[in-house]
Design a protein around this ligand. Sequence first.
Ligand code: SDX
Length: 436
Amino acid sequence: MKLADNKATLSFSNGSPNVELPVYHGSVGPDVIDIRKLYAQTGMFTYDPGFLSTAACQSAITYIDGDKGELQYRGYPIEQLATQCDFLETCHLLLYGELPNADAKKKFERTVTMHTMVNEQMQFFLRGFRRDAHPMAVLTGLVGALSAFYHDSTDITNPQHREIAAIRLIAKMPTLVAMAYKYSVGQPYMYPQNDLSYTGNFMRMMFATPCEDYKPNEVLVRALDRIFILHADHEQNASTSTVRLCGSSGTNPFAAIAAGVACLWGPAHGGANEAALNMLHDIQAQGGVEKVGEFIKQVKDKNSGVKLMGFGHRVYKNYDPRAKLMQETCKEVLGELGLHNDPLFKLAMALEKIALEDEYFVSRKLYPNVDFYSGIVQRAIGIPVSLFTAIFAAARTVGWIAQLNEMIGDPEYKIGRPRQLFTGSTRRDIKPLAKR
Ligand code: SDX
């Protein structure tokens, strides 16, 4: 970051001395006011619950322009990555800063492939869960459990250890997600098959059985690979910030990623894709497109507590570029499967059209986000609704670990420890029980 030729001067109406604060430029996007010395100079904190105006770190990985609806990984537009690259090339880009050439791609694919198996003991963790446990509960447990196998071999101050932990996590997440799915349907686990692509291997672990050969449908593999690319990273979102804060204590990467999985589960975040599909199902059950008007009325009624899941975003105040690409993928997959008239897709398109013409949504700049169409594609591919967020977690793992490694590799990093505005009781003495 570069010192700007601009400064911020804080003045106080009570006559306290002015404070000058440096301003820094990044390579693109908003400048930042450096407030690190503010408390020492003024005895005051800034106040920004939800971090609407706070940059918690500097990063070179992902850039979002919310007003223009632009998303770039290491400078490459998501539209180009989603159509010209595959997920493992995108992983290489996010981790190392560059797209691989042919040799590097082959080497990286081989390295990841050789880490897709998990320790045989991992299967015994699943037995503690009910078969109908939510896959995100299972995944949170399994990812945390990986610490038990690698905790002692992960010195996060060692760049080589950080890299192998990243490879292990990227390689093993699909295996763990597939195991959670197989456990829920009472089928045997399928071991990874090294002659398949990353996403083809995942499809096989999910849908094959030991009883017959399974050949992944390449159109569906490509669609799922694109879903992984679209979900790979997204700047300092809630789960990535969770991973950074958790990792800042020096804990091992597996524990930090498990914290990210837990945060992503929330319906305001990664859980929105499951919630969005359930919302579409509910509207469909109540009568479909004819009922959209009534549903929108509920959404606009603050007391209903009903939100249009898959709409709105803290950063995008324009169309989420990933939603556009997801809608196109929807059309491709539904076309491939002969589901041109899929009622849920038609309902989603109708809902989007009505919402985007409605003053409530227009005035609040609420547009479809990545979660609005992703559930329809995943359902068409055969992925159960309850597994949608686990798929999101598998895709986001590369972003989480790239951001964590970037933070730990930054000599300036410290343990994250925000302060507060205290509004509770001031000091008071305890009265004896008889007098309370
Ligand atoms: C993801 O941060 C990321 O980058 C996340 C993500 C990633 O890749 O990591 O992009 C993935 O989490 C996408 C978002 C998925 N969540 C949803 O689709 C759930 C529905 N969306 C909302 O919960 C909401 O839009 C958020 C949480 C996404 C954003 O909330 P903000 O920025 O805190 O905005 P807000 O809640 O203050 O809303 C502003 C106004 C409010 O109305 P008023 O109080 O001004 O009258 O818009 C309204 C909100 O009530 N509003 C909605 C709405 N989202 C916001 N009203 C109806 N339906 C919605 N979906």
